[in-house]
Design a protein around this ligand. Structure first.
Ligand code: AMP
Ligand code: ZN
Length: 113
């Protein structure tokens, strides 16, 4: 198994996990860009947003709702936080296992770089 996030999900590579259930796993980003920087990933290996099919709709909803729950637990629901899927090279995707960035705890600029 060569995918980094598949290896984290299986426990082969350690990560600072903050949540897991039968569909999704969430862990702290190793190179945090904000006081909260969590990655929410599906257990299933899906490379990019481009690879999502109709059958993944509930999974993606669960990922987004988990992001909101984690932000709420940390008190960022009111002040605000950002959820990001980077897709392919120009967006800066570096790990080709779908992941939702959940960033919070500081003011964020728009547009993103
Ligand atoms: P992206 O650039 O959108 O593909 O995001 C990949 C993210 O994975 C980056 O924010 C990295 O810091 C993060 N990352 C890479 N390796 C690890 C790791 N071993 N554990 C946790 N996060 C990681
Ligand atoms: Zn994977």
């Amino acid at each position: 198994m060569s995918c980094l996030f598949c290896r984290i999900i299986s426990g082969e590579i350690p990560a600072s996990k903050v949540y897991e259930d039968d569909r999704v796993v969430a862990f702290n980003d190793i190179n945090p860009q904000a006081p909260m920087h969590v990655l929410v990933v599906p257990r299933a290996h899906i490379a990019t947003v481009n690879d999502l099919a109709e059958g993944h709709d509930a999974l993606v909803g669960a990922m987004l709702r988990r992001a909101a729950a984690i932000a709420r637990e940390r008190g960022y629901d009111g002040s605000g936080y950002r959820t990001v899927f980077n897709c392919n090279a120009q967006a800066g995707q570096s790990v080709f296992h779908l992941h939702l960035h959940v960033l919070g705890g500081r003011a964020m600029a728009w547009p993103p770089g």
